[in-house]
Structure formats: structure tokens, C-alpha cells
Design a protein around this ligand. Structure first.
Ligand code: COA
Length: 162
């Protein structure tokens, strides 16, 4: 069974992430969506909230597992016995950062491969940060987020404003 690990911050999960996960299942038998530590980010949602939102979005897809890890991604990939890291590429601007991460990961663990999927055109402009900005200005979220994720984001923003 070919297993891919799709790591990220997912603050919150968007249709862009879902697109990568579902398309990865054409290549992998199972995709593990793994919430990763990223000390440079200050998430709006707690780890538990982000995990729960991903589980809601992925609830109908049997071949997806939702989890989290601490420490290095490559260590987690090897511990899990997965075959590759999955990353989405949205634009040329993603390339440099992704290239650097793939190379450092390979340097640390040369048997761990990274597989890149090009993001579908309609999501190429999306990021969790930009969606939080849209939400904070009262914009519609249906095109970008699962309805439950949109509801939670709107609620969180309302509570921060009061
Ligand atoms: N569609 C829409 N948005 C997408 C997307 C897609 N297909 N792919 C990525 N994004 C967005 C995310 O929403 C996120 O937006 P944000 O910056 O506004 O939050 C951004 O692109 C990229 O974030 P993400 O995919 O979550 O990755 P990251 O750069 O925050 O983290 C990790 C990368 C988690 C994989 C990396 O930090 C890691 O491996 N951490 C573990 C520690 C480790 O091993 N470090 C050494 C190797 S780097």
C-alpha cells in the first residue's frame, strides 16, 4: 500500500488543500494529513480545532487519515512507514521555499521523497492567510471553505472583534 503524508499548518483547511488531498489519492492508496509544528506561524485555531475541522471536511473519504506530529517531518514519515511527502505547488513563488524544504528533507533522510502536485488553477491564488483576511472583512467564504470551516472561521473572527 502506497502511503503519502501531506503536512501543513491548515489554519484553516481550504478547498485548495482538499484539492491536493483528493488528487493525491490517484497516486497513493492512503493519504495521511499531518498537522505539523511551525513555530514561525501563530495559528488562529488550536491544534485540536484544526484537526477537528480537517476530520469534518474529510469524513467521507475512507483513505484519508488525519493526525499530527512533533519534531522533524522526515522522522515522522519514516516512523509511519510512508512512501513520500506530498506538497502542492501553487505558483512559481512557492517553488523556492518548497525546493529548499525538499532538499533539506532529503539531506536529513535521503530515502524520503517529496512528490509535488500542481494546484488546480481555481485554487492557485488561495492561502489560509488570505482567506482569514477575506473573512475578517466580512467577505463570502463559500467558494473557498467547507461550510463548517467557514462557520467556525466567521465565529472566531466575531469573537475576536467583541
Ligand atoms: N491550496 C491553497 N493553499 C495552499 C495550498 C493549496 N494547494 N498549499 C499550501 N497552501 C497555503 C497554506 O494555506 C499556507 O497558507 P498560510 O501561509 O497563509 O498559512 C501556505 O500555503 C503554506 O503553508 P503550509 O502548506 O501549511 O506549509 P508551511 O510552510 O506552513 O509548513 C511544513 C511546512 C509544515 C511542511 C514544514 O514547516 C515542516 O515540515 N515542519 C516540520 C518540522 C521540519 O521537519 N522542519 C524541517 C523541514 S522544513
Amino acid at each position: 500500500m502506497k502511503i503519502g503524508i501531506y503536512p501543513g499548518t491548515f489554519d484553516p483547511i481550504t478547498h485548495g488543500h482538499t484539492d491536493i488531498i483528493t488528487r493525491s489519492l490517484r497516486v497513493f492508496d492512503k493519504v495521511v494529513v499531518a498537522l505539523a509544528p511551525n513555530p514561525s506561524k501563530h495559528p488562529l485555531f488550536s491544534l485540536t480545532e484544526r484537526l477537528e475541522m480537517i476530520r469534518v471536511v474529510m469524513k467521507d473519504i475512507q483513505q484519508v487519515e488525519v493526525t499530527h506530529f512533533d519534531g522533524l517531518l522526515v522522522d515522522y514519515v519514516q516512523r509511519y512507514g510512508a512512501h513520500a511527502i506530498i506538497r502542492g505547488l501553487r505558483a512559481i513563488s512557492d517553488f523556492e521555499h518548497e525546493f529548499q524544504m525538499a532538499l533539506i528533507n532529503r539531506k536529513i533522510a535521503k530515502q524520503v521523497e517529496t512528490v509535488f502536485l500542481m494546484t488546480s488553477e481555481e485554487y492557485s491564488y488561495l492561502s489560509s492567510t488570505i482567506i482569514k483576511d477575506v473573512a475578517s472583512h466580512g467577505g463570502a467564504l463559500t467558494e473557498f471553505l467547507h461550510p463548517e470551516v467557514a462557520r467556525q472561521l466567521q465565529e472566531r473572527i466575531r469573537s475576536l472583534k467583541t
